[in-house]
Design a protein around this ligand. Structure first.
Ligand code: ADQ
Length: 489
């Protein structure tokens, strides 16, 4: 019977990501409020229920005093979360500096001008040192929670040194690393001054995962061209040691959305929104306000569509939800005013006394609002200039089983590889093409919409977040066993 109980026990999984899925706000010496944060990584990982998961990460708050650290650890511990404490200077250099100013733009092919990059080189060394320091603090916290047999799953570009630090401390630990962003072409990646150290550190993992086969291929090319290692169909080989590299496309907890649509809160909200927009088709964009999402390009395409199709004036409304992130960063402030300016211009040009063509909201939505909005939308516009996957497109499909709306999707989002056959694919830089795609989507016959939706709905409901995590973790378990067998042989 002991064996049966053991089999039923879920595998312990330590998920390590820069941010915990909650932000902590201090309400008193010992009192904390926890707020769930929005973002793709959080949505996907909260959908993973099959493991006994401990989530380790930074709580987004600077706590210096021991009383604060202890009480926050307790409050988070009740939810299965473990905080990593980072001081303000480390956060500034590691997170704002190296992660968000160096790796994020590079991995998304965001063209910094030569002047920007030259200016950035000045502080780079200090930022990189802080990056390593932060990664070693994460490693200490992981090690203090690690038990033999645990699987450790490191996430994203913030933690590329973590596999190295963990393996140096415990070589038998099962360590996986997954990148949520694209991995760029090796021709872009090789301009990074710290290119080799980062690759060498992350290669210490047993398994490395990406959303798409292309990103995996770029990574292997970077290892072969920059480090001179051997790329094999299974991964990267360094002196007989293989690091598995493969594609593991993420998904969502589709059930959660489908279920929500049947609740009275969401149903009431659907009715309210349908009344509000009655007589007009609804187009929707839901993005974090980030340069990778191509929000200005999307607005320009909509403007072009209105210019070319006067027949649609007053018959279509575009709702753009843009949650502000990284609000203290200059480029993001610039993007925000640019977006507001374009929205203002389009509403001025095409609005009437009673209606405007664009509703633009700068805020996060509650889950029930988001579901209702997805459900009443005729056309979802995803215009990412680069996007690891893009889960908004998945969530939309999950909420469209009634309406069978159309997904207009950038070919530069990882999702184009999984939802491409059901979506209308566009190059978001081509405003004319995107404007035509909007017209095609609005005019599409019901039969074609049904057919396209069916294809995507099957994909979204079968390739879920649970499946993604299951596949990654079991592949990691297998990889470690294979490596052990290889050593025995
Ligand atoms: P993100 O860049 O955050 O994720 P995405 O995958 O689209 O992009 O996920 C966004 C998430 O935030 C969705 O779950 C969405 O519902 C939520 N969200 C966005 N705007 C919201 C709003 N206004 N109100 C409430 N919720 C909102 C990163 C990568 C992606 C990759 C994911 C997962 O950039 O490419 O798909 O990680 O790996």
């Amino acid at each position: 019977s002991e064996g049966i109980i053991k089999d039923e026990q879920r595998q312990r999984l330590l998920v390590v990501a820069n941010r915990l899925p909650v932000s902590a706000i201090r309400r008193g010496e010992n009192a904390w409020a926890l707020e769930l944060s929005a973002g793709g990584l959080v949505s996907a990982l909260l959908g993973v229920k099959q493991f006994e998961t401990t989530w380790i990460g930074w709580a987004g708050v600077n706590v210096q005093d021991d009383v604060g650290k202890e009480s926050l650890s307790r409050a988070l511990g009740e939810e299965g979360f473990v905080p990593v404490f980072l001081d303000e200077q480390t956060v500034d250099l590691y997170y704002n500096g190296y992660c968000n100013n160096v790796l994020w733009p590079l991995f998304h092919y965001i063209g910094l001008t030569q002047d920007d990059r030259l200016a950035a080189t000045r502080g780079l060394e200090a930022q990189f040192n802080a990056y390593k320091r932060a990664n070693s603090i994460f490693a200490q916290v992981v090690l203090s929670h690690y038990q033999k047999g645990d699987v450790v799953w490191c996430h994203d570009y913030h933690l590329m040194f973590l596999p190295r630090f963990l393996k140096e401390a415990k070589s038998e630990m099962k360590v996986g690393w997954f990148l949520h962003t694209p991995f760029p072409s090796s021709e872009i990646y090789r301009t990074l001054p710290q290119r080799s150290e980062l690759l060498q550190a992350v290669l210490k993992a047993d398994l490395i995962g990406f959303h798409t086969y292309d990103y995996a291929r770029h990574f292997v090319s970077a290892c072969t061209r920059i480090l001179g290692l051997e790329g094999t169909p299974d991964g990267v080989e360094d002196q007989g040691k293989l690091t598995r590299v493969a594609a593991f496309p993420i998904g969502i907890d589709a059930e959660r959305f489908v279920r929500a649509l049947h609740t009275s809160t969401v149903r009431n909200h659907i009715q309210e929104l349908s009344r509000r927009f009655s007589g007009r088709k609804v187009m929707l964009g839901v993005d974090r306000l980030d340069m990778i999402k191509g929000i200005p390009q999307k607005l320009l395409a909509f403007e072009k569509f209105l210019e070319d199709n006067p027949i649609w004036h007053d018959k279509v409304v575009m709702v753009q939800i843009a949650v502000p992130t990284r609000t203290d960063v200059h480029e993001y402030q610039k993007l925000s005013s640019q977006v507001h300016e374009i929205v203002g211009r389009i509403n001025g040009r095409f609005g009437t006394l009673t209606t405007v063509p664009i509703h633009h909201l700068d805020r996060s939505l509650e889950f029930y609002e988001l579901c209702a909005l997805y459900a009443i939308t005729d056309v979802l516009l995803v215009t990412s200039l680069r996007d690891g996957m893009n889960l908004v497109s998945y969530e939309y499909v999950a909420c469209q089983d009634q309406k069978k709306g159309v997904l207009v999707l950038s070919e530069f989002a990882g999702a184009a590889q999984s939802l491409g056959a059901g979506a209308i694919l566009i190059n978001p830089w081509n405003i004319v093409e995107a404007a035509c795609a909007i017209a095609d989507a609005l005019n599409m016959s019901e039969t074609e919409r049904q057919e396209r939706h069916r294809h995507n709905f099957i994909h979204v409901t079968s390739h879920t977040a649970q499946l993604w995590a299951d596949t990654f973790v079991s592949e990691l378990n297998d990889t470690v066993v294979e490596a052990e067998l290889r050593i025995l042989r």
